[in-house]
Write a protein that binds this ligand. Sequence first.
Ligand code: 4AD
Ligand code: MG
Length: 510
Amino acid sequence: MKQQYIQDFDQIEDGQVVTVKGWIAKIRNSKTNHFFDFRDGTGFTQCVVSLDAVGEEQFEEAKRLTLESSVSFTGTLLRNEKSLGGFEIQVTDFEIYHVADGFPITKEDKEHGVNFLEERRHLWLRRRRQWAIMRVRNQLIQSIHDFFQGEGFVQMDAPFMTGSACEGTTDLFATDFFGDTAYLSQSGQLYAEAMAMAMGKVYTFGPTFRSEKSDTPRHLSEFWMIEPEVAYATNEDNMDTIERFIKHVIGRILRVCEKELAMLERDTTSLQQVVSEGFPRVSYTDAVKILNGTQEVNGKNAIKLQEEDLAAAKQLIEDSNKEIEERQTAIKAGMKKGARKHSEGIISNLQAAIKVAEEQLRNIPKWIESAKNFQDGEDFGGSDETVLTRVFSLPVMVYNWPTKIKAFYMKEVEGQPEFVKGVDLLAPDGFGEIIGGSERETDINILIRKIEEHQLDQDDFEWYLDLRRFGSVPHAGFGLGLERLVRWTCDLHHVRETSPFPRRYGHIKP
Ligand code: 4AD
Ligand code: MG
């Protein structure tokens, strides 16, 4: 029989007979019914095998179905609001493809712990949350292409094996290239610059590699970067493009991934704001003042906000503990099963909220210290970005950065060589930098000096310097880290969940 897909159930009339092929995601048995949570890759639904409908022999046969067994079900499709995915199949026939061995992932993610799951990434990918994240990632990729293609950019593939460093020499993966050293690409930017001189507007979309020994929630060793580059563009044009771009992709996700975001329990209020409100732009110099509390934004003081958050976290812990105690006393005194279950659910939510607040209690005092003592001229750390964006609650563009902390190719600000025309986009709610970009230096003499200052070999960059010898033009571009965008969009604690098979410090398997 022809196979139907769960994603198309909306278009199928109630009472029609359908056949679905997939896997068992959850099992509940009673004397007369087997209830299966079922997934076919396109979605999740419920399949009910009842003794009445299939008879004794088939009913016994269905008992062989274990978690993650593969099976096709045929039966009547019914709309059922209470059922998983809003539908239910009343099974009349089924065919078992494979009875799975004991599937290792049986409990809630948080009960297994994330290390256990990461070691079983190839199986973890089947779970609902991971399914939702990968669907969002897919839609983000599509919308990124839509945006640039729609604006007349030409997609280009930059090489993965490179002979020269783009973002400094400290985090390169080296490999052997017929006896010479080649590096896995840190960025396609320099090649995109060359291509922009041929095509006007280009963008790369490819893997990039960084060997930073950073085991943080935002660092991967291999990640996908999108790097647009535009001839005759300034850093102001760059910022305009960044804003249109982010509004476009987030807007699309809100429209087409409603179901996935709901599965992830993603509160979309702040994403709606991203689509409808202008992104603040602040210079690095002002950002430093905002960070250490000497400059306010619309009456908001960064340090005071953190102090308020700290006080709120303390209050939350106190209130929650009190409520837990009251509920536990009431449970002990005796309660109907339904009411008890309800109360236990609330207690477990309160306990989870306490955990989050306790982490804030540990972190915020350190963040305040770091923000207050921030040295003008240094790079922002992760917590500094959190403190800064908290004041805005929108993505913030920080521009005109200190020359000494940025890459060699960034254009110096006229009359202020201690600053370069770089821009970082910092996502709100602690997600931090998701885009880094700049206007590029066009003065060949400044570039040659910078290459030397950065202890790079000029020979490696002669081809790049040619771009300034033959029809040099002002140009600008930026790089977006796909996994960081997915992490922010889905509101994930760690970037490891954003990639099908993440490669990060200390983790190369599976
Ligand atoms: O700021 P970065 O290093 O900028 C560049 O590579 C420029 N060549 C881009 C350009 O102007 N064409 O990296 C750009 C973005 C960051 O903002 C971040 O989103 C992501 O790449 N990124 C990482 N993502 C995950 N793990 C890492 N280790 C990352 N390093 C950078
Ligand atoms: Mg950067």
